[in-house]
Design a binder for this molecule. Structure first.
Ligand SMILES: Nc1ncnc2c1ncn2[C@@H]1O[C@H](COP(=O)(O)OP(=O)(O)OP(=O)(O)O)[C@@H](O)[C@H]1O
Length: 377
């Protein structure tokens, strides 16, 4: 599995200077509200993506009064090991180092430290916009299909150019304009079909794993998930782009394409968000995230790292413990936050390497091992 063997965090929210040696399996961070638990997960996220999962404004992540936040980590995956370093400064600049060398692409970080986040935002998979579900889907596709990123970039570029053309009425006349539009239509149609084929084949693998995971987690039945590609399933994207040109010109943007893909999640035929309780919704979104982690580790020689903020919230004891055991059985390193130390204390058997950390005013200390346990060790 991909495993964070050591991490040092400096000036990230209320964490002044924290160094931890986590368990390769389960790590629990407990402490009262505002102590710095989520900030620690955020620091791991910075290390794996150079971004926060809480805010698009990097300034809010840097400790007040400081110039930069810095996170270092040592990551082991199979036989390989990497030293990662990420720093973000007040002027929004970003420095990424991989094994001492400066790296340009944050996608390089994501490939080394693949992260799965489960937090209150994860509910957006049900209640959010198609963009949230596309991002979820594309995380999986990106990690299993290396050609996806290139196709995605090509589609983004072609879409941007096509939309600029649609909006610019003075540039829309004459033969040159027609041939330019044709170039972008061809490029968008080509890359869009390619993206769809990767998404479709990933979704076909994800669906049964999701259904099996959900059945293990809850007795909820009648949940259906389906993939829609973003344009009429009977026609090629090229045909659809040509057909919708008049409408696209009127509104100044491209109506159909891979940017409209979505995953539909329904319960008894209606949108799941409308009929499921909050706890049932959490079970569904957790099953989606767990399924994605399982597929990931099947396709790679290593598993991903889970960041789970406030695991106990919304779940009763039975579902909480089921989720914990399923996480424990996965090929994954897990970081969980909770308020009460006892909330998850006996969720795993003694065979699991569980480390508990107490978080208080931005200081994180590993819980001392019970004297009795020490004596018998
Ligand atoms: N840029 C910053 N500089 C310094 N402190 C900050 C900054 N941003 C947030 N804080 C403070 O950091 C503390 C830690 O917040 P965090 O969200 O990590 O707490 P938490 O332990 O996850 O709490 P909860 O259980 O309520 O989710 C809070 O007291 C917050 O006010």
């Amino acid at each position: 599995m991909s495993c964070l063997e050591k991490i040092s965090v400096t000036d990230t929210r209320n964490l002044v200077s924290v160094t931890l040696t986590p368990s390769p399996s389960i790590n629990i961070l407990h402490g009262v509200n505002g102590s710095g638990k989520t900030s620690f997960l955020e620091a791991i996220h910075l290390l794996g993506t150079a971004r926060s999962f809480r805010s698009t404004k990097v300034k809010s992540v840097i400790r007040q009064g400081q110039e930069a936040c810095i996170v270092f980590g040592k990551v082991g995956a199979g036989e390989h090991s990497w030293a990662l370093g990420v720093s973000r400064t007040q002027d929004a600049s970003c420095k990424v180092h991989i094994n001492g060398e400066s790296a340009r692409l944050t996608s390089d970080l994501a490939a080394i430290l693949p992260l799965q986040v489960i937090n209150p935002d994860t509910f957006r998979l049900l209640e959010g916009s198609p963009k949230d579900r596309r991002q979820f889907l594309d995380w999986g596709v990106f990690h299993v299909e290396h050609r996806f990123l290139n196709a995605w970039k090509r589609a983004q570029k072609a879409m941007k150019q096509r939309n600029a053309f649609l909006r610019n009425s003075s540039a829309r006349h004459g033969k040159i304009a027609d041939s330019l539009l044709d170039v972008w239509n061809v490029e968008l149609a080509h890359s869009g079909e390619e993206i769809d084929s990767y998404r479709q084949s990933y979704f076909e693998k994800l669906k049964p794993v999701f259904e099996e995971t959900l059945a293990q987690l809850t007795d909820l039945s009648d949940i259906q998930i389906s993939y829609t590609r973003g344009w009429d399933k009977e026609s090629s994207l090229r045909e659809v782009l040509d057909r919708s040109l008049k409408r696209d010109l009127e509104s100044g943007y491209t109506h159909w394409g891979p940017h409209r893909a979505d995953i539909r999640i329904r319960h008894k035929g209606a949108p799941a968000v409308e009929s499921l309780s909050r706890g049932q919704q959490k079970a569904v979104v957790c099953a989606l995230k767990l399924a994605q982690g399982k597929l990931f580790s099947e396709s790679k020689a290593f598993g991903c790292v889970y960041l789970i903020d406030d695991l106990p919230s919304e779940l009763d004891k039975e579902h909480r413990y089921k989720l914990c055991r399923m996480l424990g059985n996965m090929d994954a390193q897990v970081f969980i936050t909770c308020v009460e130390q006892g909330a998850l204390a006996d969720a795993w058997g003694t065979d699991k390497d569980v480390k508990m950390f107490h978080v208080e005013h931005g200081v994180i200390l590993e819980d001392s091992v019970e004297p009795a346990a020490e004596a018998s060790a």
